[in-house]
Design a protein around this ligand. Structure first.
Ligand SMILES: [Zn+2]
Length: 259
């Protein structure tokens, strides 16, 4: 069935994407860290903002909420129940379902702690809005949670259907692929993806959304148990990494932090 809505990126700051979901009349914005570029797009496209979806409390994801709520006093603002983000009208928990009625889009809330403790993601109609948890060929830094929390959060996302489009919040793909190829240099999918992503960036195009199927085949943070990663992990550590999945993931994340 064709989708009754479009999803377009609005660039903000150095490398953020604020995702605008619209049907040429009504619009919702995901993680408006800055109100200005959202307002510019709404005006130029003659769209009426109905609401906001928030994934977590970092300023580059919610810094524009108060201004947008002042300009549009009837906005619905969905956000994580575990993080008190000013402007939130509907705090959400895992399993909650929300329907953006005018867009014909129903989304289910997932709790994905790790980057922050209350981080949520929204999934529905083969679309995933995952903030700073899963990135194309990478994952978010673990600022507030534990490696175990992030590992389980990523496993929830990896279990989504292959064709799920991944609308993450930053253009980190080329850098992530550079790292992924250090860890898994012989992965053909990664090699192809790196060529495609570089070409897209050279044209000034976004590399997103990616797809869960590709993430599962190529993203090292979803494949920490794959033996193809073992030589690089052993070399990085200076001793055998072993087979424990969480240990391997934790080593991988620590290595990426240094790159
Ligand atoms: Zn963040």
């Amino acid at each position: 069935m064709p989708k009754s809505f479009s999803i377009v990126p609005i660039s903000a700051f150095a490398d953020n994407y604020l995702w605008l979901i619209h049907n040429n009349r009504k619009a919702w914005i995901v993680d408006p860290g800055d109100a200005a570029p959202v307002l510019t797009t709404l005006r130029s496209s003659h769209l009426e903002l109905e609401g906001i979806l928030l994934t977590h409390h970092h300023a580059d994801h919610c810094g524009g909420v108060v201004e947008l709520c002042t300009l549009f006093p009837n906005l619905t603002v969905y956000g994580p129940a575990e993080e008190s983000i000013p402007g939130t009208t509907h705090p959400l928990r895992a399993g909650n379902e929300i329907t953006l009625t005018s867009l014909g889009l129903t989304l289910t809330v997932l709790e994905v702690p790790g980057h922050t403790l209350g981080h949520v993601a929204y999934v529905g109609q083969d679309c995933l809005f995952c903030g700073d948890t899963l990135f194309a060929a990478g994952c978010g830094r673990i600022f507030e949670g534990t490696p175990a929390q992030m590992f389980h959060s990523l496993a929830q996302l990896a279990a989504l259907p292959d064709k799920t489009a991944v609308y993450c919040a930053h253009e980190y793909t080329v850098r992530n692929l550079d790292f992924a190829l250090k860890v898994d240099p012989h992965n053909q999918e990664l090699q192809n993806w790196a060529r495609e992503a570089r070409a897209q960036r050279e044209q000034g195009e976004p590399t997103l959304p990616s797809q869960i199927g590709r993430e599962r085949r190529a993203n090292p943070f979803l494949r920490s148990t794959d033996i193809a990663l073992t030589p690089a992990l052993d070399h990085y550590l200076g001793h055998p990494v072993g087979t424990d999945p969480l240990t391997r993931f934790t080593v991988l994340r620590a290595w990426k932090n240094q790159c």
